[in-house]
Design a protein around this ligand. Structure first.
Ligand code: SF4
Ligand code: SF4
Length: 491
């Protein structure tokens, strides 16, 4: 039945339904737009390690056939089909070797190309012409760059920093070559723009370093006493004055992967954080050089000319614990460090005092758990090292244990990092502790928390971490499922 407007009831319901659907979609669109513009809605970075970024349920969409369409006999992929492979070949041919002419130029034509380039471009002459035009565009772009440089200085530096790992064979970042007055200035661009202020410098550097993957970033002036003596990378064994351009230190901290770290000494390793840190400070060194300042990365395991815990303390990241490791409010003792030294104008941070040293006076858990007995039980820092008080660590005893634990490649122990009460995840109870303890002048809160820690958390105890016959290959906390060999292999 049709109404006065000629629309029957069923059509009306359909249209109304559709309209309702559109209205719903529009509403969803508006709220989706708001949600989508929120930076909290980004996928990736942060939940990646736990597989939480792959959240889409693929199960309902599994298909018997892939969505690419086969229309002929499949063939292997010739390497020359890859754009960068063939352009690499062309570039090599067009580059003149010292004392000789280029082996090919566009004027020589397709027939003069060697195989397989000749066959490839014979059937695609337009592709060669596009490449010629692309090269002309690249030359134009290089000539135009001075016009754009002031507007895009940072974008260029950021991109160059990320691309810097492509810099040829060898580990990244490259080790310094020659004295720092040469090495730290190698690759430094002309200073093109002046910073608005050191505060702007610090804010920029922190923002960029976080995007490179740093969890924590702090900045301090470099004190002479934190610079090592007797050896300089790029020079060798030498006594040296602290170079004049070593003014500021940008200190970076990241954690080891948490669950494997808790399963120390067997399942943790130092290299997960080491490898990430090298990339972070290697890129930061390049970024700073592109802005026109000298820079020198300091990174694990041994590429340092400065002592890291003291500069991290100066830079406001945390305090040194009884075990000699830096403890930060966010990462606890699970804070691995690297740095970049520079004279870029920066505003230093201030050190912090959140009561960690006081807590360590009472706690002693790391000393009790240390399988080697390397950590001091003294009631307060008892040894003087180069003019500063600290708890003593017996380095050789510790190193012996590194070489004694069940896994041989990822040598190390790190039990003291795992058991430290500060190395706790960011859940509500630990967030309360983070906020309340530093504000409690009586120390009662800390005593209460310590009593709870010792009662509720089980500790295997010292030698239990060692292989038989001395111990039983215990770990502080059970390994994560994904590192448990029995989960995946038949033994
Ligand atoms: S790494 Fe192990 S052996 Fe070394 S101090 Fe820490 S707990 Fe002791
Ligand atoms: S385990 Fe206790 S004593 Fe050792 S560093 Fe951590 S808080 Fe300090």
């Amino acid at each position: 039945m049709k109404n006065a407007n000629g629309i029957n009831r069923r059509d009306f319901i359909k249209k109304a339904g559709l309209l309702g659907g559109f209205a719903g979609l529009a509403g969803a669109g508006v709220s989706g737009l708001a949600a989508g513009s929120s930076k909290e809605s980004y996928t990736g970075w942060g939940r990646t390690a736990y597989g939480k970024d792959q959240f889409f349920n693929r199960q309902p969409f599994f298909s018997d056939t892939p969505t690419y369409e086969q229309v002929g006999k499949p063939q292997r992929i010739p390497y020359i089909d890859d754009l960068f492979n063939r352009l690499g070949e062309l570039r090599r041919l067009m580059m003149a070797r010292p004392g000789s002419e280029p082996r090919w130029s566009f004027e020589m034509g397709v027939d003069a190309l060697p195989e397989p380039l000749r066959s490839y471009y014979k059937i695609r002459p337009d592709a060669l012409d596009e490449y010629r035009q692309a090269m002309e565009k690249a030359r134009e772009q290089r000539e135009n760059w001075p016009k754009y440089r002031a507007d895009h200085l940072l974008a260029e530096a950021y991109s160059a920093a990320h691309a810097s790992f492509l810099g040829g064979p060898g580990s990244f970042p490259p080790q310094p070559q020659g004295p720092p007055e040469e090495s730290d200035f190698r690759g430094v661009d002309e200073r093109y723009l002046e910073l608005k202020s050191p505060i702007h410098g610090s804010q920029l550097i922190k923002q960029i370093t976080h995007t490179f993957g740093a969890s924590l970033v702090g900045i301090c002036r470099l004190k002479e006493e934190w610079v090592t003596q007797g050896f300089m990378r790029g020079v060798g064994k030498t006594d040296f004055e602290v170079p004049k351009h070593w003014k500021y230190v940008i200190v970076v901290a990241i954690p080891h992967e948490w669950d494997s770290m808790y399963a120390n000494p067997i399942y943790g390793n130092s290299y997960d954080a080491y490898s990430k840190l090298r990339f972070i400070v290697g890129k930061l060194e390049v970024f700073i050089k592109k802005l026109g300042y000298p820079a020198r990365a300091q990174f694990p395991p041994t590429a340092y000319e400065i002592a890291m815990p003291p500069v991290a303390i100066d830079a406001g990241l945390g305090e040194q614990g009884r075990h000699g490791v830096l403890i930060t409010p966010e990462l606890g003792a699970n804070s691995r460090l690297a740095a970049v030294i520079t004279d870029m104008p920066l505003e230093p941070d201030s050190p912090i005092d959140v009561g960690i040293k006081k807590f360590c006076n009472k706690c002693k858990i790391c000393a009790e758990e240390c399988p080697s007995g390397a950590i001091s039980f003294a009631d307060s820092p008892e040894t003087i090292s180069r003019g500063y008080k600290r708890w003593s660590i017996h380095q050789e005893k510790c190193y012996k244990i590194w070489n004694s634990v069940a896994t041989s490649h990822a040598r190390g122990c790190r039990v003291c990092i795992a058991v430290c009460p500060y190395s706790r995840k960011r859940n509500w109870i630990h967030n309360i502790v983070r906020v309340a303890d530093p504000r409690d002048p009586t120390g009662l809160f800390a005593s209460g928390m310590l009593a709870m820690q010792k009662s509720f958390f089980a500790y295997p105890g010292g030698e239990a971490y060692l292989p038989p016959p001395d111990g039983s290959n215990q770990t502080y906390i059970d390994p994560p499922k994904w590192l448990n060999t029995d989960e995946w292999f038949i033994k």
